[in-house]
Design a protein around this ligand. Structure first.
Ligand SMILES: *Cc1c(COP(=O)(O)O)cnc(C)c1O
Length: 367
């Protein structure tokens, strides 16, 4: 707990303390070698993460948004194609589709879990649909297995696994079920770098090679450019951090689960809706999101009392100015209703029981 007694939404300092020595040692090696972009540290992390995530190939890229965009471009998706994604996601999922040149088509989410509504997704498929991007929101895995079984042939599944590192559903790993996945190692994610970073995951050697090609200026060999690419690569300094943190990810996710279970118990007698976990899901609690009445007042009370709560996310994609053409208010009623009620409580591996009791005390007073 900080000296003022405030409790942050996430505590990256506490995480850093656990890996500081290993990161310093790894960084010294990178500095000695001066291989800053790509190189052995990146190759090592890619191999470690592929092994961890249960996929054949991992390609490190500059951030999670790029990961999704490059995944779609590797699938050959572009102008004239439609991609389905949930209305309640971080804006990046929609941006990736738009940046690939394809059309974003939104679908609603399920009440409770806030995961993509599979029935609504299947109903939204047209002859132009080329991909679905299920988002494993808050660390819980969407029903990719059902999508896979019921989507028509020719519609790819590109998982948005930015919030789900280590999560499973019915034994299947997030990011390893669809055709390809993009993940983010933004500092606050379960596996976070010390700056921007991301990766594409796939079992397909061909797709992995295409992602690598597009992310390296479309260049298979130096000064030869076969497609118009972008510059999106993973830095060695970030790879060192990610390798160090990856060794602790399962332990940290286990601590997140314990903290989530403690909140479940502490909140049992309060007039709030606790997170819904579907049978078979083993979430990694990227966020612990409750629903409350008068959410903005409750949030203001928490903030005023030093509790770092947040809203993920206050505005569904179609109600943002940037994507206003994607739908009107009322079109995605579940996502819209949740946006007004959701509240993320502080949650990170090192959060203490005392801190959680304090969060719930302040919340009780607010209610
Ligand atoms: C963080 C996040 C992204 C994008 O990641 P960046 O690394 O910030 O580009 C995409 N989708 C979801 C659901 C996210 O939470």
């Amino acid at each position: 707990m900080s000296p003022t007694g405030s409790i942050p939404l996430v505590d990256l300092g506490a995480q850093h303390a656990e890996v500081a020595a290993e990161v310093a040692e790894g960084w010294a090696k990178v500095l000695a070698r001066t291989a800053f972009v790509g190189g052995p540290a990146v190759a090592a992390f890619e191999a470690e993460y592929a092994e961890y995530a249960g996929v054949e190939h991992v390609v490190g890229v500059a951030n999670g948004t790029d990961a999704l965009e490059l995944a779609l471009r590797a699938l050959g998706i572009g102008p004239g194609d439609e991609c389905l994604l949930p209305a309640n996601t971080f804006i990046a999922t929609a941006e990736a589709v738009a940046r690939a040149g394809a059309e974003v088509v939104l679908v609603d989410c399920e009440p409770g879990t806030a995961l993509i509504d599979v029935d609504a997704t299947l109903a939204a498929v047209t002859d132009r649909t080329r991909a679905v991007l299920p988002v494993h929101l808050y660390g819980q895995v969407a029903d990719v297995a059902r999508l896979k079984a019921e989507l028509p042939a020719g519609v790819a599944i590109c998982e948005d696994a930015a919030q789900s590192q280590g999560a499973r559903r019915d034994g299947l790993q997030a990011g390893a079920v669809g055709d390809i996945a993009g993940t983010s190692f933004y500092p606050g994610k379960n596996l976070g770098a010390y700056g921007d970073a991301g990766a594409v995951l796939t079992d397909s050697a061909e797709l992995a090679e295409r992602v690598r090609l597009i992310g390296a200026h479309g260049s298979p060999r130096k000064y030869e450019h076969t497609v118009v690419g972008v510059n999106s690569r993973l830095d060695a300094l970030q790879a060192v951090v990610l390798s160090a943190k990856l060794r602790r990810l399962d332990a940290w996710n286990a601590l997140r689960r314990e903290a989530a279970a403690r909140y479940d118990a502490l909140l049992a007698d309060l007039p709030v809706t606790r997170p819904t976990v579907t049978p078979g899901n083993e979430p990694v609690w990227h966020l612990y999101v409750i629903e409350v009445d008068r959410r903005d007042e409750v949030l203001a009370h928490l903030t005023a009392n030093g509790v770092g709560a947040g809203i993920h996310y206050p505005t569904p994609v179609h109600l943002t100015e940037a994507f206003a053409t994607l739908g009107k208010r009322g079109e995605f009623p579940v996502a819209e209703a949740m946006a007004d009620r959701i509240l993320s409580l502080p949650l990170y591996p090192q959060i203490t029981e005392e801190q959680q009791q304090r969060v719930v005390e302040v919340l009780r007073a607010a209610l």
